[in-house]
Design a binder for this molecule. Structure first.
Ligand code: NAD
Ligand code: UGA
Length: 423
């Protein structure tokens, strides 16, 4: 059955949610407070780099299932469901900042029709369902938690083919109505209470971050004992209880969510009287990982006054998102130690940091560089012309923080090569 859905906030999650619900046959109105974003979206111009999103937005702008309006108040008057997809950034004390959520709920409260359901899709701590209920002040409106598990770069596919849909509600009828929105999606739908749904979201991200910090710690151990981390992880991954997924060592994890959500779960635990020391360790290992990359650069070149090429700016491949990108963490440290950085990324054209020049291609980044750092695992870096790179650099040193390049081919051309967890 088709429903009318308003989506508040058209970022990575809101835009994907809106477009995919339209794709599932619902009538969707997406809103944002940024006028320019709404103008572009009305023309089918997508402000983010996300595979398949533009196509489905255009398809449903054309068939009338999807529309965009500035400001939320008018968007919600006809809505059976209102999805809150606003930011929940990290505040100074590490906890999630809920001011956008509260503001969005207050803005729509007077305009909701009786019996409407407001759904928290933003990542929010325990108690947020109650907080939204209070901000709405409407006893005739139910509030439900429906956290999102999509990844950037594969957002559309993740939304339409999720591993699970989690719904948290005290009101079972409201939970069933939210579940019915996913009728076109083949996935287990789990209904629980709001606190369990909210913790399930944070615990999932925290577990994945733990897996990555563990992987990076094993990579450091491999470097110390002369083992090859790729073989170690392959051998581990064959054990079904461990699996091969999410075991790629790297420059540390980043992005708009793992860093803030790992801090937030520590803060949620602290407020509840539990010291989540394991998670603090996971975060500390990640900070060390950025430093380890810079240490490798310093092991081959004195950073004062030299140029370092950094390949990749986005926090991972196939996105233009640079929020909390490990590449930026590494660049900041290189600049602080006196290096100039020339960076290139296929999807990122500018960086707002002193000492970093963003150039148009990988060869321009490498020109005159004393070391090359591979920070993001874009496919195109695998196919670089190494002879051309050897000619343009000042010194032949590669620090491959993604184990992406062909180390044999580099060494044959006289480059020193350091990967992650393998020599
Ligand atoms: P985002 O910053 O990309 O987008 C948020 C949008 O909300 C912005 O366009 C902003 O202008 C808009 N906005 C803010 N206040 C508003 C208001 N009052 N009315 C209308 N629009 C408003 O954020 P995002 O990455 O989409 O994340 C949103 C939430 O989803 C966060 O809680 C995040 O943790 C969670 N989440 C994100 C991802 C991801 O991959 N990015 C995945 C799962 C969950
Ligand atoms: C992550 C989760 O995977 C999603 O399930 C979740 O919904 C989302 O956070 C969120 O809550 O925002 P995302 O941030 O898009 O998704 O990116 P991931 O693919 O998880 O990568 C996160 C970081 O880990 C990146 O820096 C990436 O390079 C790194 N990573 C990932 C590795 O270093 N190795 C791996 O094997 C996998």
């Amino acid at each position: 059955m088709s429903s009318t859905i308003a989506v508040i906030g058209t970022g990575y999650v809101g835009l994907t949610t809106g477009a995919c619900f339209a794709h599932l046959g619902h009538r969707v109105i997406c809103t944002d407070v940024v006028a320019d974003k709404i103008e572009r979206l009305r023309r089918g111009d997508i402000p983010i780099h996300e595979a398949g999103l533009e196509q489905i937005v255009r398809e449903h702008l054309d068939d009338g299932n999807l529309s965009f309006v500035l400001g939320s108040e008018d968007a919600v008057t006809e809505a059976d469901f209102v999805y809150l997809c606003v930011p929940t950034p990290q505040s100074a004390d590490g906890a999630a900042d809920l001011s956008y959520l509260k503001a969005a709920a207050s803005e729509i409260s007077a305009k909701l029709k009786p019996g409407a359901i407001v759904v928290n899709k933003s990542t929010v701590p325990v108690g947020s369902t109650l907080l939204v209920e209070q901000a709405l002040g409407r006893s005739d409106v139910a509030v439900v938690s429906n956290p999102e598990f999509l990844r950037e770069g594969t957002a559309v596919d993740d939304f339409l083919h999720p591993d699970r849909v989690v719904i948290g509600a005290d009101d079972q009828a409201a939970a069933s109505r939210v579940a019915s929105l996913y009728a076109g999606v083949r996935a287990p739908i789990m209904v629980t209470d709001p606190a369990s749904a909210e913790i399930c979201k944070y615990a999932s991200n925290a577990f994945l971050a733990t897996k990555l910090s563990f992987t990076n710690a094993i990579a450091a151990l491999c470097e110390a004992v002369g083992a090859d981390v790729n073989d170690v992880l392959l051998g581990m991954g064959y054990d079904h209880r461990i699996g091969h997924e999410f075991l790629r060592p790297g420059p540390g994890w980043g992005g708009s969510c793992f860093p803030k959500d790992s801090q937030a779960i520590v803060s949620i635990a602290e407020d509840a009287g539990y010291d989540f020391s394991l998670m603090r360790g996971v975060i500390a290992v990640n900070e060390q990982q950025f430093d380890r990359v810079v240490d490798k650069v310093e092991s081959v070149v004195d950073l004062g006054g030299v140029t370092v090429a950094v390949l990749g700016i986005a926090f991972k491949a196939n996105t233009d998102d640079t929020r909390q990108s490990p590449a930026l963490e590494i660049m900041k440290r290189l600049v602080a130690k006196g290096a100039s950085v020339k960076a290139y990324d296929p999807a990122v054209t500018s960086v707002d940091l002193d000492g970093i020049e963003v150039v148009d291609d990988a060869y321009a980044a490498c020109e005159g560089a004393s070391a090359i750092v591979v920070a993001t695992e874009w496919d195109e870096f695998k196919w670089l012309d190494l002879d051309k790179i050897a000619e343009v650099v000042a010194e032949r040193n590669v620090i491959d923080a993604r184990n992406l390049l062909d180390r044999g081919a580099l060494r044959r051309r006289g480059f020193s090569y350091q990967g992650v967890g393998r020599n």
